[in-house]
Design a protein around this ligand. Sequence first.
Ligand SMILES: Nc1ncnc2c1ncn2[C@@H]1O[C@H](COP(=O)(O)OP(=O)(O)O)[C@@H](O)[C@H]1O
Ligand SMILES: CSC[C@H]1O[C@H](OP(=O)(O)O)[C@H](O)[C@@H]1O
Length: 401
Amino acid sequence: MGEKIQQIYEPLNSSTAIALVNRLGLFPENSALTCSEIGDGNLNYVFHIVDAGTGKGIIIKQALPYAKVVGESWPLTLKRAVIEANALKIFGSFCPELVPKVYYSDEQLAITVMEDLSHLKIARTGLIEEEEYPLLSKHIGQYLAKTFFYTSDFFLEPGKKKDFAKQFTNPELCKITEDLVFSDPFFDAETNDFESALRQDAETLWADEKLKLEAAKLKKSFMTEQEVLLHGDLHTGSIFASAEETKVIDPEFAFYGPAGFDLGQYLANLIFQVISRKGSSRENIYAHLKEVWETFEDEFSRLWKEEGKEVYCKTQGYLEYILEKTFTDSLGFAGCELIRRTIGLAHVKDLDSIAHEAERIHAKRTALQLGRALIINRQQEARIESLETIVKDSLLAASLS
Ligand SMILES: Nc1ncnc2c1ncn2[C@@H]1O[C@H](COP(=O)(O)OP(=O)(O)O)[C@@H](O)[C@H]1O
Ligand SMILES: CSC[C@H]1O[C@H](OP(=O)(O)O)[C@H](O)[C@@H]1O
């Protein structure tokens, strides 16, 4: 790889992106390079540079000094790029087959140059098209188990873990989640975004003190429990997939937080598929819900038994306590994600793309009811089988209402 090039920040365009990869020597000299900006996320630029001769590509992701989805009125730290590059490197060291390779990163330019995954499809898009991903949830279960275990106090020397926690202090991006996931959807906040047909449902939710107390507890957990290095935004739009491969991208929200958060976001985004699908095609998603938890549980338990360094790892019942806490928390976090993506800022295509208005509103109402049920009942539903039951009960209740 070429030497480090000192830069001052400027947003790239196609020609400066090509000039950059040439300076870095990432393609053979005189390659015929083309570049297009393909970013479809809320926050950043993504440049896809392809060598027309070989078809080989590379990705440059660049943070903008503001949130792209809102514009310059929402300034946002460029430091998220260095957080993302470092998180990709750390997660890639635990599960190289599940994370894109980082070729180069530059804090000043706020860029990460990484492996081109264009041969894969964003899992959300593929799931909406009802493509089957037989290995997706097994891979995500393994990813969650390894990133959880190897960044936790069960494996790391306590000083090293605290160094990591300091390195991944990410206050501005955490604040986005604190507001958009844990606060705004539970109040009549300006950022909320929903169709007028859902106003009554939103108002009922804002008046629900029992629900708000539980949301407050989950927010506190998110803000105070430094258990593991989280991805921080593990929805199905942050995962590339095919029938054989899975790659987790976009960890710019990475920070030390409660272990159940990533799992909860993944579960919730699968649940959007249960809600938006009809009939027997839901079964495939129920299988994913079970698979991700069971793989996580098996792999995490194996790592704990074989490599656990914490003195209490051999104490009867401690592993079971940690697993139960993680699962229970994940249900609560999943509930917040379901509510947030339905009436808060930054929706999901799974629901928004339902063309028929009455069906779409019905699906969104179901997501709200299910989100509430998961948050309120998370302590009583400590088994994976109960998750399928609670989802099925909510679908049934919604169809009767
Ligand atoms: N490594 C990659 N290879 C190919 N395409 C990518 C890669 N990373 C991102 N993309 C494309 O860019 C889009 C936005 O990337 P993402 O990291 O999610 O950005 P944001 O942080 O703005 O959400 C993805 O949905 C995908 O289409
Ligand atoms: C104004 S940020 C909203 C939303 O955007 C992020 O998603 P992504 O980077 O995957 O597009 C994250 O989920 C934030 O909550």
